[in-house]
Design a protein around this ligand. Structure first.
Ligand code: NDP
Length: 340
């Protein structure tokens, strides 16, 4: 059986969902309450592949909220992720994806030192970040959505915001190796990591966001920001494709310009309906079919019986592994989201 560990995008979102699910005692509570709320299994479902194979899964809500990072409630954030992992393992899940900020917290706060959670000895082989599949899907979105918009990659400049991250660096590797993209712009805050990525790729210009925006025909947003940023569409080249892979979204949804297209990044569509509540809760447009690519990675690992931490650690995603998970993705009926 596979699992998904997720969280909601904000305190306001969490309060609204609690009300909707009938946990009215949670609905009026503030951040302190959510800091002490335990992780919960809130959904059980089956997923069918286009090959006919059927598997069972469970969703574990960690009760982590991005405000915990913004308000320096770091211990609470760490506790949320470790407890959710223990809940997943105790309920017998063979492979579980760490969605959204779960894997970022795991890495940034070096949670691999914490192998014991109460009476559970965590077995990290049972967890995956899902980032290999997410990076693969974002790259296919770059290739396919740019063609749809008439942007020729061989003449296009692609800016990756969050380029030195786990997903961002994998996207850069793929775009360099598998496409003839004309130019790559690398954006993040830490200059040392940017320089080392540039050396690894042997290409790419390091620029600040303000300088990069007017040059970029395509912008991939994969920065780990707890809140979205507003950008001024008038400075962008036209046409322009913005692929927002962040969770919560990196971009404020206000951009409205006929020649600027914003695509939800790292989202897949399954070819068959999935009978679950969870994608409605996270406000997916077509909740029976659409899901986060990192969650889909756990589903693929279960279909293929690859019970291993396929995506683990930071900045180790290879193009070969992206191709491997990409083949499994196609085989079982997943497609990158291409509608805006
Ligand atoms: P990482 O922590 O590995 O990388 C984050 C990157 O963002 C780094 O390059 C970091 O560099 C950069 N960054 C952070 N803050 C800023 C900022 N304010 N301005 C510019 N750059 C910034 O994260 P991941 O690669 O694991 O995840 C990236 C995003 O993708 C997250 O929002 C995550 O929730 C989302 N995600 C989506 C999934 C899906 O299925 N759709 C699956 C998994 C993750 P620096 O610190 O130097 O600025």
């Amino acid at each position: 059986m596979f699992g998904l560990i997720g969280h909601l995008t904000s305190l306001e979102h969490a309060q609204a969902v609690a009300q909707e699910l009938g946990y009215s005692e949670y609905a009026n509570e503030g951040l302190d309450f959510w800091c002490s709320a335990p992780s919960l299994i809130v959904d059980d479902f089956t997923v069918t592949s286009i090959t006919g194979q059927v598997i069972q899964g469970r969703y574990v809500e960690s009760c982590f909220l991005p405000e915990m990072l913004a308000n320096r409630r770091i211990k609470a954030a760490i506790r949320k992720i470790l407890n959710a992992m223990a809940t997943a393992q105790k309920s017998g899940l063979d492979i579980t994806a760490l969605g959204g900020f779960s894997s970022i917290i795991f890495e940034n706060f070096n949670l691999k030192q914490h192998t014991r959670v109460r009476n559970v000895e965590l077995d990290f082989e049972r967890f995956t970040t899902g980032n290999t599949h997410t990076a693969y899907i974002i790259c296919r979105q770059v290739e396919q959505a740019s063609a749809k918009l008439g942007i020729d990659l061989s003449r296009a400049t692609v800016a990756v915001c969050g380029a030195t991250g786990d997903i961002g660096s994998a996207v850069c590797r793929w775009l360099d190796a598998k496409t003839d993209v004309a130019d790559l712009l690398l954006i993040a805050r830490n200059q040392e990591r940017l320089i080392s990525l540039q050396a690894e790729l042997g290409r790419g210009k390091i620029l600040g966001l303000e300088e990069a925006l007017p040059l970029a025909d395509i912008i991939v947003w994969v920065a780990s920001m707890p809140k979205g940023v507003e950008i001024d569409a008038t400075v962008l080249p036209k046409p322009c494709l913005l692929i927002d892979g962040g969770y919560p979204k990196n971009l404020d949804s206000k951009i409205q310009h006929p020649d600027v297209r914003v695509l939800k990044g790292g989202i897949v569509e399954h070819s068959l309906d999935i009978d679950w509540k969870i994608m409605e809760i996270v406000e997916m447009d077509v909740p029976d079919r659409q899901l986060f690519a990192c969650f889909a990675e756990a589903i693929l690992l279960e279909f293929e019986q690859w019970h291993t931490n396929f995506s683990w650690g930071r900045n180790q995603i290879t193009v070969a592994k992206m191709e491997q998970i990409g083949q499994a993705s196609l085989k079982h009926g997943f497609k990158p989201l291409l509608t805006w």
